[in-house]
Ligand binder design. Sequence first.
Ligand SMILES: O=C(O)C[C@H](Nc1ncnc2c1ncn2[C@@H]1O[C@H](COP(=O)(O)O)[C@@H](O)[C@H]1O)C(=O)O
Length: 427
Amino acid sequence: MVERYALEPLKSLWSLKKQYERWLEVELAVIRAYEELGIAPKGTFEKAQKNSYINVEEILDVEKTVDHDVIAFIKVATSKMGDESRFFHFGLTSSDIVDTANSLALVRATKIILDELKSLYNILIKKANEFKDLPTIGRTHGVHAEPTSFGLKFLSWGAETERNIKRLEFALDEISIGKLSGAVGNYANIDPKVEELALSYLGLKPTKVATQVIPRDIHALLIEIFALIASGIERIAIEIRHLQKTETLEVQEPFKKGQRGSSAMPHKKNPILCERLTGMSRVIRSYINAALENVPLWHERDISHSSVERYMFPDVTMTLYYMISKTKYLIENLFIFKENVEKNIDITKGLVYSQRVLLKLVEKGLTREEAYKRVQKIALQCWKNKKSFKEEVKKEFNLLESEINEIFNSNYYLRNINYIFDKFKSK
Ligand SMILES: O=C(O)C[C@H](Nc1ncnc2c1ncn2[C@@H]1O[C@H](COP(=O)(O)O)[C@@H](O)[C@H]1O)C(=O)O
């Protein structure tokens, strides 16, 4: 992970020290279960907990010799224990510890991300309501289409965030599993009751069917949903970048006191945060492939997924957490230039009302084909000669002044906006 983007509390969650502490948490939960089930003598858990020892440097030093990270951990963790060490890692394989501890880390990281996502959702919905009644030009293919509500942009992002919250809650439930079923996942050397009880202490459920590891499709889904969330944020960032173009200037991302836009051009305020969010989204999406390639492992497992996950889990969760936090700041502090929003509706001199002219003529008895041809003809002339479409419509068609004014009115396009907002609320 790039230090520049590493935010607490996720940064320390992925430290090596915290990783060993989670491994110990799992090992101790198993000892507690052994004691509870009468397999280990009373007091074993308390002694094991008291005498367990973690020292990152010492573990790394032992690893240099044994070239096996879990074995190095076990050696150091039990180095100050007495007889209770007999129950440490008893009947377990390394991945019982690593995978269960990974689940703990992912559950904790996902809960932090979920809270942040819910907070972003609230900010988006607040902005949606604030700008619900502000007309803006809707653009399709980058070309002015028809007026719409400025608040609807925020509502659309909020609705997407709401879907992503539900998806992430599903993935969180799916990843809330551990496995303590031994070398090939068949409980040959461990009683399934130990797994059930130990995992319950950790707030996890047993994996329904495991090999030596928890199946990687479960992790892949989580990464895909993280990538979906990142892409949703990129959608927001791209909209803001487009709306911040000099020619458009409807919005501007926050620009702090003392901030400088360009080393060369002092006049500039660039959408640097939105561009960063766009780039980060690419990085997160790029992990989808690796996550999917982790799914087909050899036989009861191979360990090709492990190195991938050392990058992927911290990188994806930390980057996403950074992205959501910054998007909250971005939306809360976004400059919205209402005058430009309103002004831009009219830069095509009324062409954006062409459909309403067409429909009025059909209402008055023209065929659709005839009406389309006649409206398109004057619309294209107006486009070419930069003439007012409203004035040409007045000249060309026999319409009442009141009908013309009703047609060329951006507020008309907001007539169902409350319906849309209510429909969203009532889901
Ligand atoms: O309980 C066991 O250990 C069983 C063993 N399977 C293993 N399970 C978990 N870890 C293992 C396993 N094998 C190796 N290692 C150690 O994993 C580390 C992998 O390092 P990296 O590829 O850098 O992520 C690296 O430190 C490896 O030494 C098996 O033979 O099935």
